[in-house]
Ligand binder design. Sequence first.
Ligand SMILES: Nc1ncnc2c1ncn2[C@@H]1O[C@H](COP(=O)(O)OP(=O)(O)O)[C@@H](O)[C@H]1O
Ligand SMILES: [Mg+2]
Length: 632
Amino acid sequence: MIMATTIEDKPAEQHAFEADVSRLLHMMVHSVYSDKDVFLRELISNAADACEKLRYEAISHPELAPDGVRPRILIRLDADKNQLVVEDNGIGMSRDEMAEALGTIARSGTRAFMERLEAAKGGEKAELIGQFGVGFYSAFMVADRVEVVSRRTAQPEAWLWASDGKGTYSIAAADPADAPERGTRVTLHLMEDAKTYTGKWTVERIVREQSGHVPVPIELIEKDGAEPSQVTDGAALWTKPKSEITKEAYTDFYRSVSGQYDDPLLNVHFRAEGLHEYTALAFVPGTQPFDLFDVDRHGRMKLYVRRVFITDEAELLPRYLRFVRGIVDTSDLPLNISREMIQDSPVLAAIRKGVTGRVLGAIEKLPETDAETFAKIWELFGAILKEGIYEDFERRDQLLKLARFRTTASADGVRSLDDYVKDMKDGQDGIYYITGPSLEQLRASPHLEGFRAKGIEVLLLADAVDSFWTSNVGEFQGKAFKSVTQGLADLDKVGGGDTADGEKAEAPAEVASLIAYMKDALKDQVSDVRSSGRLTESAVCLVASDQGPDRQLEKILQGAGRMKTASKPVLELNAGSSLIRVVAGLSDEAAREDAAWLLLDEARVLDGDRPADPRAFAGRLARLFEKAHGGA
Ligand SMILES: Nc1ncnc2c1ncn2[C@@H]1O[C@H](COP(=O)(O)OP(=O)(O)O)[C@@H](O)[C@H]1O
Ligand SMILES: [Mg+2]
């Protein structure tokens, strides 16, 4: 129990960590991770955030930061006590804020990160921890006891949070005389094997490497009583001319602004002048951020006004660019702009448009200048960018041109729509596609057979978003998008391929009568039964009716509870298949009925679904077998 620094004579309150925090701490302490240095960048980044928050609050409440109080981060080393202290003069925390911030996991990304971390194996684990900010709790990688003393700006009382990282923490009132005048002091009682973090050179090197572009100056006191020396100056990187910024400096800045520790794939740094004046420095990350698929789809670009951090919630880019990280700094907005004003500020609308154009423009150039990087970006973020095809009418054509697809004509690589249109067959007037849950399932789909036989390329669309944009984008360069699972496949008009013309034009008489029979027998399940123009090997498949919605979209909407009843599909038979001929030749009425239902279930299974009634399915299968082989 820690009572030394409490002012009253009552013991500090003990609290248990939220279960997720305990799990995270456990992973942290037992991490196989060799590079423990990262704890320092996390503490510094929190200190810098706190300074920036205060800078922002002080705009409307100048008394919070009287003249002469410069934001700064101070690192204090004490080799004798084996301690490292990170102190800031930022916003500080109240008692409740402390309990909330240092006892729970507020960041949704952290949760996703933990799930991935737990699923990862040995080496991958270290890589994951290295790539993503793991936050305050990483202090327990090097310390067996952490104390945080904090004073929320303009409040008289200060609070002490303390924990040994083993399941509980305590909060107590701190002695105000011993607390920072404003801000937060984090004291690490280092483990024996972490003594190296009390060495001036080691710590300076780590700070320069990891936090060289944090926008608050960082100072260091190497031992009690020594003068502070400046390690970094806190100058804003984006205000410097591009020619003076090295690749390493950009990477370093990217890491501190994004909290990710990978290498960015692309950076876009420009200054807009004229109608609106602003500087933007934006990065395309080298890995997927953990919150990429969060339902709220928030972006993280930071808005600065004349170098003062305002908010990272201004949505400076459209949702489909939410993976982009970086900053926009403008002099066209008042410093005291409120969140509400930001929402509908015409200045920001113009900035959003400008930055979006520049970022997309930079990505667009890549296929020519750096195809490898483009391929990586598309692989990581293509599914997100495609949301724009659906949502951003103005940039729809631009995004369609940018998009790359797996197709039946590409083994491993990807193809653009330009490639597709250029290679279209004579007589082909549409861009064919199929949507579904996975590439493997799509490649195995019976719907593709006729297209393969004719050598007609089909886009294989396996992202959920594909079902949406294909349903509302009519065409590309005058060519209509057509689902191969919808309507009639009029493949006869398209030249080439090796199926003889007219081969499947007319179904033989027995098949025609089977079709008529099935239409009636299955009328509650399907809207029509007909001879297929798209099958060459499989006996059956299901398609959507000409006017009906795409079947994959229907499945997604039903899965999400946004659509009640599915519309009835059309069952197509391959008149050329031996199975259909055999069924058509059955004279036993009961056997024919069982076979009709089994064919429908087969089509469902080929579609990735289950038989509608598994028990009835099993019964029918058994009866047919027994009839054929039971000698009854
Ligand atoms: N030096 C500090 N000053 C003020 N608040 C802090 C400080 N360090 C941590 N916090 C609070 O603790 C929270 C959790 O920190 P952390 O685990 O690093 O996650 P993140 O910084 O991504 O929010 C912060 O969001 C902040 O509210
Ligand atoms: Mg942090």
